[in-house]
Design a protein around this ligand. Structure first.
Ligand SMILES: Nc1ncnc2c1ncn2[C@@H]1O[C@H](COP(=O)(O)OP(=O)(O)O)[C@@H](O)[C@H]1O
Ligand SMILES: [Mg+2]
Length: 296
């Protein structure tokens, strides 16, 4: 019960009587207790979810490593067979071998994306910055996609400005960035198409990289969401072109970690350009840094 008293005053201010109000607050108390119980439950569930998330990320990371070990042997041996180091192959055997290699390579990329996501989700990803030149990264990324380029008879036009200075970046991550962009450019190009890669100094302080394809392009109302995790333009496209919708999310994370920016311009049916800005010769940071990513 809640009991409250109010004095009643006469015309000269003297107390002439009083009112006592008694309220049955059993229901309110019950409701308050319910809310408190509910809050405690929510807190407990939140803790539980956090630990499930931790376990999930650990599991993904372990699974990734476990899958990669046997896969490297598949890739290694199919490469050896394909290069004829282990003896001659007839045409059919060579085709089979190429197919094993290509698909195993695809699987490896998928596992790498999975691992990357588990690192990003656990909030910590390791970056080893060093002063590096972009042209070697571009060449290495191009070497990684050379087979795909050949398969679709796509030519690459590369224009790297000579006055480019260094960037403070992690070579492996920059390669990953360029690989993902090139992979899309090839995937969404037509047979016999062309890809242009430009790198030049932008407003004295920035390195500008533009990767252009003349493929299917992107409708203008779809441009904004593409960097979100698992985002692909639509399901039927997904079936037609494959992929998981992780590539551009990874690209954005990498560029952000380097204090840069990334955006897309595109014309449906004409082609797409991915623009990347990275600070040139940024201030030297420690060799090892941990970076927390905000959610996309
Ligand atoms: N060069 C491009 N041309 C046309 N569409 C593109 C291009 N790059 C990306 N996209 C669109 O953005 C989506 C997300 O790309 P990404 O994150 O790399 O995922 P994935 O390649 O696995 O589908 C693609 O599915 C596609 O719809
Ligand atoms: Mg992709």
């Amino acid at each position: 019960w809640s009991v409250k008293g109010y004095p009643l005053k006469g015309p000269r201010g003297d107390i002439t009587g009083g009112i006592v109000v008694t309220l049955d607050i059993t229901e309110r108390k019950k409701a308050e207790e319910k809310i408190q119980k509910f809050n405690r439950e929510l807190l407990r569930m939140n803790e539980e979810l956090k630990s499930v998330d931790r376990i999930k990320n650990e599991f993904l990371s372990n699974l990734g490593h476990e899958l990669k070990t046997p896969l490297s042997s598949v890739i290694g041996y199919s490469e050896l067979l394909d290069s004829l180091t282990l003896g001659e192959l007839n045409e059919v055997q060579k085709k089979a071998c190429e197919s094993i290699y290509r698909n195993a390579e695809k699987l490896r990329r998928l596992i790498d994306s999975l691992l990357y996501l588990s690192y990003v989700n656990s909030g910590k990803i390791e970056y080893n910055f060093e002063l590096m030149h972009i042209s070697s990264s571009i060449d290495e990324a191009l070497a990684k996609v050379s087979r795909k380029l050949e398969d679709k008879s796509i030519t690459v036009d590369k224009r790297i400005s000579h006055n480019l200075s260094f960037i403070n970046a992690e070579p492996e991550k920059i390669q990953e960035l360029l690989y993902n962009i090139l992979d899309n450019a090839i995937k969404f190009s037509y047979e016999g198409g062309k890809i242009e890669i430009c790198a030049y100094v932008h407003e004295e302080k920035m390195l500008k990289i533009e990767i252009t394809d003349y493929g299917i392009g992107i409708p203008s109302d779809k441009l904004d969401d593409l960097f979100a995790l698992f985002h692909q333009i639509d399901g039927s496209m997904n079936r037609r072109y494959g992929g998981t919708g992780v590539g551009l999310y990874i690209c954005k994370n990498i560029v952000m970690a380097h204090n840069g920016s990334i955006w897309i311009t595109s014309q449906e049916g004409k082609g797409t350009t991915i623009h990347v800005l990275l600070p040139l010769k940024g201030k030297q940071s420690d060799r090892k840094e941990y970076i927390n990513f905000p959610d996309n």
